[in-house]
Ligand binder design. Structure first.
Ligand code: ADP
Ligand code: MG
Length: 239
């Protein structure tokens, strides 16, 4: 199950300040798209508008060809993965995974089946009784991803999910997320300010600066043919 996403002239204003200026972007079903750009360029705001967590000031957002500007977050078929510290500390892993489904009123057997499936995919089946504080950083991140998987969304959104992990674990989790994309085939948007993550993970990179798209393309196209100095500097010189 994968969805297309289309942004047409999307704008965002906070009060009188415009932070997203007319974004046009087409995302194909099953694509792994990376939004990359410096801090404050509008990556999270754009992702939150797609998720339905932030109103869209102007323009049209469509999923599978249908306008969804007014569709509430819970009805968009989207799950968002946050950094692992968003886990519920007082609940064990099973409860963390099941909680959203319980709240939504799914039957117990369905919840158990979905949690088991997600735990299998992420290889955390042996950790279901543990609390988050008894898990390693990588295990916690898997649980955070598992909370999205159990919802069986058509679209996954990741907002800098690895930024509080150490370098070695980041590399490992990049591979895991790429595998997850292969396994599920879902449309995924991944936000990062890290050029290496963008270059290694993306089918398509969207380079943002000050609320505008600087360039869209495959990693190698951007690397070989940057549209301007900013893209050249950003993609060409990993920190
Ligand atoms: P990024 O995720 O790329 O670091 P953000 O999307 O968080 O950037 O922010 C983009 C711009 O919008 C920044 O200038 C930020 O200060 C501003 N901004 C974000 N959220 C709000 C808000 N709730 N109210 C006012 N300004 C905001
Ligand atoms: Mg952000």
């Amino acid at each position: 199950m994968a969805s297309s996403i289309n942004l047409a002239k999307i704008e965002k204003r906070f009060g009188s300040v415009e932070v997203i200026h007319g974004i046009d972007l087409a995302i194909e079903p099953g694509e792994f798209t990376v939004f990359v750009g410096p801090s404050g360029c509008g990556k999270s705001t754009l992702l939150r508008m797609i998720a339905g967590l932030e109103d869209i000031s102007a323009g049209e957002l469509s999923i599978d060809g249908e306008r969804v500007n007014e569709v509430p977050a819970s009805k968009r078929g989207i799950a968002m993965v946050f950094q692992s510290y968003a886990l519920y500390p007082h609940m064990n892993v099973y409860k963390n995974l099941a909680f959203g489904l319980q709240t939504a009123g799914y039957p117990k057997a369905e919840i158990e089946a979905r949690v088991k499936k997600a735990a299998d995919i992420l290889q955390i089946g042996h950790l279901l009784q543990r609390r988050p504080k008894a898990l390693s950083g990588g295990q916690r991140q898997r649980v955070a991803i598992g909370r999205a998987i159990v919802r069986e969304p058509k679209i996954f959104l990741f907002d800098e999910p690895l930024s509080n992990l150490d370098a070695e674990l980041r590399v490992q989790m990049r591979v895991e997320i790429a595998k997850l994309h292969q396994t599920l085939g879902s449309t995924m948007i991944y936000v990062t300010h890290d050029q290496v993550e963008a270059m290694t993970m993306a089918d398509k990179i969207v380079v943002l600066r000050d609320g505008r798209i600087m360039q869209v393309g495959r990693p190698l196209d951007l690397y070989n043919n940057p549209a301007n100095q900013f893209v050249a500097g950003f993609i060409g010189s990993p920190k």
